[in-house]
Structures are given as structure tokens and as C-alpha cells.
Design a protein around this ligand. Structure first.
Ligand SMILES: [Zn+2]
Length: 187
């Protein structure tokens, strides 16, 4: 078999040393992520971990710019943050829509959803830490201010996303209160 382009399945080979070099997710409904169909990719665990990997990759791509080492314009960075939070909501919304057809049908759908919610929480956590980091920078208050309007926009987007993902109202309120705290820290 011709060697495919990575990322690879990476599953352990049964009859010799090494790992599988079929394309990640080959023969499954999650091409490009996780194990191939010969190495457990179609099992509930395989599907779940592929979904989490995919979600992680997408949010990492989206949040990558947060890690840029030199932020020279802090006002611009803060303004971009509000936009990124909305973009994140869109990416996650798409994933949720893709999952919606299976989420109530079986345990696998529920597990997959939980995995994605965990990734969302990590992404929001990173965004929150970034806000705190920016707040610690000694920048002019005038430049550091996140407007009330931007804060409301971000909170609304987060609340809507979490509601769509089926997070219980109490946890949703907690998440929004925490985000509010982070936003106040920089306003
Ligand atoms: Zn494989």
C-alpha cells in the first residue's frame, strides 16, 4: 500500500514493529483525525477521541494567535479578543450542529458531546487567562478598557453556545459569572 500523507492513524501494528501509516481516520466518518477503521477508529472510544482531537485542532488553530509572543498594540489585542470569542462560538456551534443528529440517540453521542464540552471549557479557560495576563500588563487604562458593549456581546455568545451544547442552566450561569469576572478584571 502506498504511504499516505500524514497525519497517520498511529495504531500499533499487530504482526510487526511500528505504527499504522494509513491516513488518520481512514475508513471512518472522522477522516483526518484519530485511528483508522482497522485500529479501533470506528469504536465508541475511537470516535470520541477523534472528535476531541478534531475539536482541539480547530480551537488551537483559532486560538493560535493568542500565543503570538509580541503584542505591540494592546488595544487592538483586546478588541480582537471579543471577535475571537465570537469566532470560537461559531466553530463550536458548527461542531454541535454536526453532533446534534446523534447526541440523544445513544451513549456514544452523549460521550462525544461531553468530550467536546471539555475542549470548549479549556479554550474558554485559555481566553480567560489571556484576559488576566493582559490586565497585569501595565498599560494605560484608556487602552485597556473592554467596553461594556463588548463584554455583553461576549457573555451573550458564551451563554448561547453553552445552552446549545446542553449545559445545565446552573453551570451556564457559573461560566458566565466567571467570564464576567475576567472581563471586569480588565475593564
Ligand atoms: Zn490504522
Amino acid at each position: 500500500m502506498a504511504k499516505s500523507k500524514g497525519p497517520y492513524c498511529g495504531g500499533a501494528l499487530r504482526h510487526r514493529e511500528g505504527t499504522c501509516e494509513r491516513q488518520a481516520g481512514a475508513g471512518t466518518d472522522h477522516k483526518g483525525y484519530g485511528r483508522c477503521s482497522w485500529h479501533g477508529g470506528s469504536s465508541p472510544n475511537g470516535s470520541q477521541s477523534a472528535a476531541a482531537q478534531r475539536m482541539q485542532a480547530e480551537t488551537d488553530r483559532l486560538l493560535h494567535k493568542y500565543d503570538a509572543p509580541a503584542v505591540t498594540d494592546h488595544l487592538e489585542a483586546l478588541q480582537r479578543l471579543a471577535g475571537r470569542a465570537l469566532a470560537l462560538e461559531e466553530v463550536i456551534g458548527e461542531r454541535v450542529n454536526a453532533l446534534r443528529s446523534i447526541r440523544y440517540t445513544d451513549e456514544k453521542g452523549a460521550e462525544q458531546l461531553r468530550a467536546e464540552v471539555a475542549v470548549l471549557e479549556r479554550a474558554m479557560d485559555r481566553a480567560g487567562r489571556l484576559l488576566v495576563d493582559i490586565a497585569r500588563l501595565n498599560i494605560e487604562e484608556r487602552l485597556a478598557r473592554v467596553t461594556e458593549q463588548q463584554a455583553e456581546m461576549v457573555k451573550k455568545a458564551l451563554g448561547k453556545t453553552l445552552a446549545e451544547m446542553g449545559m445545565p442552566a446552573a453551570e451556564r450561569r457559573d461560566a458566565m459569572a466567571r467570564l464576567g469576572g475576567h472581563l471586569r478584571a480588565v475593564s
